[in-house]
Design a protein around this ligand. Sequence first.
Ligand code: SAM
Length: 311
Amino acid sequence: APQPLLGPTEIRDLAEQLGIRPTKTLGQNFVIDPNTIRRIVAAAQLHRGQDDDGAAAAPGDTVLEVGPGLGSLTLGLLDAAEHVVAVEIDPPLAEQLPSTVARFRPERTGAIDVVRADAMTVTELPRTPDALVANLPYNVAVPVLLHLLGRFPSIGHGLVMVQDEVANRLAASPGSKVYGVPSVKASWFAEVTKAGVIGTQVFWPAPRISSGLVRFVRRAQPVAEIGAGDAMSLTGSRAEVADREAVFTVVDAAFAQRRKTLRAALAGWAGSGAEAETVLDAAGVPPTERGEKLDVGQFAAIAAAGVRRGI
Ligand code: SAM
């Protein structure tokens, strides 16, 4: 039988017992709806590593959860994955999590590690994560996601809940109105797709705006490093690559002045408009184009051409 998940009564009781009042600055909106938890966990496509009789099946996932809060999602993840590493910044929430797990999933107490840390800067985890599943704190969702994808290459896939407009941005394609820096950077790491919308009433306290689910699968062949000698591209049309930092610098410059042509927007980065044009030509990108039309492979080509020109 499916294990019970935390509903409104359990969440409010837990908060009261622990003397916890949700704070806005830490994006504390707790999920109080078991169906939403089931939806998130199902969409995350995790492997438990054991079949129902406890016999070993395929190796299970170690899931990184950011911001476990009172544990709503954590319990669902413990049912669906082999191990959970939960990173929580708020000390009282981090401290209570093991006892919440002991109370609601006594047989799974050995399957969780709780780390009290800032997910935006965390560099070490007690286990190697295969997946990331989180109801992210909204004010820092994009930097947390990008930091974790960059820092922990073992994260092969995941599902995050973010503000719906941020979800649309992360999953946007070139040419879309909401395509921008987060879209390109996320797509450097992974194939990103929108996996649903979640209303406000499943949270306590209810946020003002809807949330969106974002699923990602890391690219099998990450974009190679400059100097590695490899020739590959994400688009298949260009044979140039660059390292992440160089590419992200170009992306930031291109979108800092969104309405400008790339020749103008990249003049500061290249040293002059003329040099920017030379680099763009070398990368096969029209200098009159705008950043919002380029895919990540084209940004990589520009960065690589820039490195060859000594930028
Ligand atoms: N997972 C819980 C749920 O779904 O009910 C809580 C989600 S709540 C939207 C975000 C959680 O992230 C809170 O528990 C908050 O304390 C935590 N948090 C906020 N900023 C953080 C950071 N920089 N690093 C780690 N956790 C953070």
